[in-house]
Each structure stands twice: as C-alpha cells, then as structure tokens.
Design a protein around this ligand. Structure first.
Ligand code: 8IG
Length: 283
C-alpha cells in the first residue's frame, strides 16, 4: 500500500499500515529537502534543544504538521519542526527531530515511534536518541550526559505488532558507545528506566528502579529504541541528567529545572553530538 501526502493518515486506525505512513512521510521529507537520502537521525529530548547547531548548517526546516503521521509538539521547550542538517563538509545529511511524541500523550505507540520509522524510510542507518531524565547516582549533578547502556521498559507496551521476536541484545550499540567515549572520555554509562509518566516517580518507585538495576529514570526512548532495532537502525542513546530522581535529593522536581540544566549543558552536549555524528559512518 502506498499513500499520497494528501491522504488522511491516522496511525491509530488499525487498517493503516504504519510502515506505509513512514514511507509517505519520507517521501514528503525527500521532496521538501531535495535530498533523497539522510544518513543519521537525531531525536532531541528535553535539554537537548540547542545542541544540534554545532552539527552543521540547517539546509531545510519542515513543520512536523506538514509531514504525514507527525503531531505537533506537546512539551514546552521542544520545537515542532524537523531539520535537514549538513554534517560538516562530509556530504552526508542528518535528519534532526526537534521534538518527540511521548507515550504518556496517549496517541498510541505507533505515533511514539513514527519518527524512528520515518528515519529508516529516509535511508538513515543510525539514530541518536537523546532525552532529559532523572539520575539515581548522586554524583551525576544536573547537566551530566550519560550514555544508555541498556534499558528497562516499564510501560508494558511494545511498538512491535504481530509475532516478530526482535532480539534486543546489544540494543544500544557498543560500537557507538565506544565512539562517544572516545570523543568524551569522562562519559559514564547507565541503565535507563522508562516509566509511563507524565508524573515523576515517587521516592519508592525510584528505590524500586534502583533495586531493578536502573540508573536513570525517564518517560521516553525505550519504545523508540525497540522500533529502531526492528527497522535495522544502529542506536546510540544519550541521557542528560537534568535532575536527581525523586528522593535522591531533597529538592522538589520541576520542568524549569530541566530547561535550566539543558542550558548549562548545551556546550558539552552539543560538542559531543557534533563530534559523534561527524564520525558515524566514517570508516
Ligand atoms: I527531564 O526524574 C526528566 N524526565 N520519569 N523522572 C522521569 N522522567 C523525567 C525525569 C524524572 N526528569
């Protein structure tokens, strides 16, 4: 099935094929950017908004609302656009999503992973998933980036439909994590725990996450990573600890604190992303 860009595509309609919607989205992106192929996709989470500037010049900016299957941004500090960015002078292009759809928005799992599937349909072979999150390690002060080594998906949902038993061993590419640590040797790694949200955890839930082996708590990324693996994308996950998780410090949690930590960390995180993206795909 192929759709035209004028078809009304509702990812929640079970008769609609999400991969065909991703193909339709990729076709619009190709037409608007004049680029038939993107190489690397990035999803910018909370606190990461300003970091993409260092990757290279923006060639095209597209409103999410113009692309089949995409919804408007629902979170303050996220931009509802995607950009085609030249990766330095390599001739390669990055597809940079300024926002994501979260599972807690209730638009369904297909909407959550649509950007990932669109990246794969646009030719990307790598995706960098970033997020803002709470940290369990008190040494990770707000503004500390941490590589995601593995995850616990506590949403009880999956983006995969039907009997497709996708292997998630090494979901977060050891090769890309090593590359990131080569760029920024001080980077720690951790296990990211996705809760449904949108409320933050109780202190008891944070203790539970710790007992289960978690290091970072957030509301995104795991469903996207699973869909990325199913699509054959190599995944790099980077969390920005924007706050200590509930009960780890005596400070109350606020979204303002999240945005502030992002501002403070923009330099380090921007340089990290730019250097990693410049080296991805270079053999
Ligand atoms: I930014 O402490 C951010 N997102 N679940 N917990 C969860 N999500 C978050 C947090 C946090 N901080």
């Amino acid at each position: 099935m192929t759709y035209s860009s004028t078809d009304l595509l509702d990812l929640r309609d079970p008769s609609v094929d999400p991969l065909a919607v991703a193909d339709a989205a990729a076709a619009v992106i190709a037409r608007r950017t004049g680029t038939t192929r993107h190489d690397v996709a990035l999803v910018l989470g909370s606190g990461w908004g300003q970091t993409a500037e260092l990757i290279g010049p923006t060639l095209t900016t597209i409103d999410n609302a113009d692309v089949p299957g995409f919804a408007r941004a629902a979170v303050a500090g996220h931009s509802g656009v995607m950009r085609s960015v030249a990766i330095g002078d390599t001739g390669r292009c990055a597809l940079v999503y300024g926002t994501r759809t979260h599972y807690y928005e209730g638009r369904g799992v297909r909407s959550v992973v649509h950007a990932v599937r669109t990246a794969a349909a646009s030719g990307c072979t790598t995706i960098v998933l970033t997020n803002g999150c709470g940290g369990l390690n008190p040494a990770w002060t707000p503004g500390t980036p941490v590589l995601i080594r593995d995850h616990l998906n506590l949403t009880a949902a999956s983006p995969i439909e039907g009997a497709n038993f996708v292997d998630l061993t090494d979901l977060y590419s050891p090769r890309l994590r090593a590359l990131a640590r080569d760029v920024d040797p001080g980077l720690d790694e951790g296990v990211y725990v996705q809760f449904r949200g949108p409320h933050y955890e109780t202190p008891a839930e944070v203790r539970m996450a710790k007992i289960l082996g978690g290091d970072l708590v957030g509301m995104s990324t795991t469903l996207e990573a699973i869909a990325a693996r199913q699509s054959g994308l190599e995944v790099l996950g980077i969390s920005l600890v924007t706050n200590l998780a509930a009960g780890i410090s005596d400070q109350p949690l606020s979204h303002a604190e999240v945005l502030e930590a992002g501002q403070a960390a923009a330099g380090r995180c921007g340089r990290l992303l730019a250097a990693v993206v410049a080296r991805i795909g270079v053999t």
